[in-house]
Structures are given as structure tokens and as C-alpha cells.
Unconditional design. Sequence first.
Length: 267
Amino acid sequence: MTKDCKESADNIARVTCDEREGIAYVTFDHVAARNAMTVEMYQSLKSICLHLANTPSVRAVIFRGKGGKSFVSGSDIAQFSQFKDGHDGIRYEEGINDFLTPLAVLPVPTIAVIDGMAVGGGLAIASCCDFRISTPDARFGVPIAKTLGNCLSASNVAWLVAYLGINIVKRMLLLAELISAPELVKQGYLLSTYAQEDLEDQALGLALRLVNLAPITQKASKLTLARLINTSLPDCSDLIAQCYGSEDFKNGVTSFLEGKPPVWIGK
């Protein structure tokens, strides 16, 4: 029997969750926008993770994007057109940290199943999971130096560096590179790659391995690692305010929404 733990509204931009035999399946469903996350979707993700953290029957969680073309392609860009100054950016990045923290500290093992793109917020979500598998053609990155001209919070960068290493993160953030799945298998970020039709079975097999191990040990181990990553984070609010308050960011958002290449002026 399926236990429904859906927290989002019944619309085309939602996050859904159901539980089957100790495994929860969380799906990002915004196919028209390659599963880009709206604020409401982030809120749903947080609510679902808080619910799962207090559901003893759940022993592992699998996250996947709907549609077969993208895990999560980032955040909904339209919301940025309402930003007035850098303080809006600080509040936004604090909000992202608040939305993702319950995922990062879920007391059970988590698996991200990626077919297509894991970009921006999608990369952050995948990196908050304990394990990742993907299709061979999946790509990963944060191309904001090419698209919007904003930046990430210290917490977000710390998670990326912990899982990807500083050199790959620099390529993502400074060069706006999208890194291929085969490279990230060699690096260790991905466990393995599989044909799209095999992803579901492989994710289930990994989840079954996890649910047969000691849950308290798993909880203690992953929460210790999470605390290590978040120890002594610097205050980067001045840098966030500078990016989100810049003319470049405003131009980047406008250009993105109009389908035009941005022109960076450094102001």
C-alpha cells in the first residue's frame, strides 16, 4: 500500500512524496520548466523533509525529477525581477539555506537520481543528498557567471566544495562550466551512471542496501559530517548584497527572461 505524504498543491509546479515499504519517493514536478524550483516548491520540499524526519517507518529517500529530461534545472528566474536591492538577495539566499537544511540533515540516507540536468538549485539539492546516480549524458553546474550575475551563500558553496572539491567548484562558478557525468564518476561525486531505463531499478537496489544497515549509525555518521561542513562558516552577506544589488544582476535577469545574451558592465 502507498502512503501519501504529499505537501504541495495539486498544480503543475509541485513536489510530491509517497512512501512504499520503508522508502520515500520525492518527485520534482515542473516539467514545463525542466523542473525549475518555484518558492512554493522549495517550501514543499522543506515540509516534506521535516515530515520524513519524523516518520520512523522511512529508512531511505529517493529524489528524482519528473519528465526524464531534467532533475532540477535551477530556480524560477521570474521571481528575481521583483528584487529591488542587495538586501533582497541576502533574504533569498538565507531562504534557500532554510529550505535545504532539512534535506541536508535528514536522519536517513538519501539518493538523488539524475537524468538530464542538475543545475543551480538542482546541483544544490543533489549535493545535499548522500548518494547520486545519473544517466551518462547528465550535466552538472552553476552557470550564474554566464546567465544571471548573482552568487551563492557561504553555506551553499561549502556543501559544493565538500562534495565536489574546490577546483571543480571554481570551474562551475568562475568559468560557468557544466561538468559531465563521466568526470564526476571519476571524481567520486556520482556513484555510477546507468541507462535511463535502468535508473529506477538501480536506485531501488541502492535504497534496499541502505535500509538493511544500522539506522542509528547512519544517522550519527551523516549528521556528524553535516556539522563538519557547516562549522565556522564566514559571513558573506556583503558579497551577496553586492551581487544582487548590481546592475549586472538586473540586466542578467532581464536578458534571461527576454531570451537575450547578457552584457556585463561590472557595476
